[in-house]
Design a protein around this ligand. Sequence first.
Ligand code: EPU
Length: 419
Amino acid sequence: MKDRLRIQGGMRLEGEVAVSGGKNAAAAIIPASLLADSPSTIENLPDIEDVHVFVELLRWLGAKVVFEGNTMQVDPRTVDKHNPPYELVSRIRASYYLAPVLLGLFKRAKVPMPGGCDIGARPIDQTLKALRVLGAEVNTEDDVLDCSADELMGGDIFLDMPSVGATVNSMLAAVNATGATAIHNAAKEPHIVDLANFLSSMGASVKGAGTDLIRIRGGRQLHGTNYTVVPDQIETGTLMIAAAATAGDVMITGAIPTHMESLSAKLLEMGVNVQSEDDWIRVRSNGAFRAVNVKTQGYPGFPTDLQQPLSAVLTVASGTSIVTETLFESRFRFLDELRRMGANVRVIENTAIITGVERLRGAKVSATDLRAGAAMVIAGLMAEGVTEINGVDFILRGYERLDGKLCGLGASIQRIQVE
Ligand code: EPU
């Protein structure tokens, strides 16, 4: 699909909008459901391309899957293959979460190297190390992750950095391993906690998720479950930033405010009003922003996935902001697109120096990756005139109806079909 978004800038966002289920939580939970000996029902899944690819992958492996109205039913009892095809695997990053799952089910998994957004080098050395610690033989010849193990045994996994992907893969392997596993320097993101809760509801013993030491006692037969996926932290943040960017007044419902603390603090520092309670967050702004410094980090630090959307707003803040991207080096490529809209930005290695201009002006731009796409939408909402964004498919991979939700708040966004 080569559709474009056409945004008439300058509309103020106002009203109420509900957050969808977490993309990255879904990406870990859906493959985990294959480990059960009975069907599961997973609710509040986002209706996005990444989830649709997982449906195809699970069906290809032999599972019976129904996905309707944000709810998925997975019957894993008929899964009989350990080698998903490149054509499907390469469409999403999280497809390599199938490796520890299939290894547990079949003692062998052959999964081509994963795809996903091109946001810089995305090595998987920590996953390979973790699988080896638990006793798997692992080979990556011909760009295929080929692992085998007659029996996985629990062990101590020390991650060199708190990688989300390596933490998920370690957890999915550890529930299949006999005995105790400790994952040291684990990622602490909300989707890690959600995966732990999902595995626990299937009968697994998982302790400490949300801290940097996760302990798993493996080897139990897991059963099907009924589970509701956590709200999407990054979609919540994107909507908060969009509200601020447009001098809006938006109530975001179905959110978890504690997941948003690093962003809320940053918005307050910029002069935006953020209030929250229970499951809602209200963001109000007068459209005048102070420059701030931002450094991306793992949770509870400022998320790399919100760096691009927030940087878009900093292009019109008064003063100079310094943004340091510590995780993915290519997540500054989108700044070239913002420059076309009049932004004043310099990049030195992994630091962007953004000097605020009075306003952005509409232009023809491209979404270079999922979150860059969200950032360009926000830039388009703020800009004077019309912005056309190529690469809508990038955005739809990860946000459920982002254009529809923003239009519901008063944005003027049209999807234009391109032959
Ligand atoms: N890293 C390594 N070796 C590894 C794994 C990671 O050096 O084996 C490095 C990476 O290069 C990066 C850092 O560690 O610099 C963190 O990477 P991480 O493994 O945490 O990222 P990921 O698992 O590939 C997930 C999300 C990303 C999100 C990052 C960071 C999923 C499916 N993807 O990626 O989400 O940016 O964590 O929070 O959960 C997105 O949603 O747009 C997206 C890209």
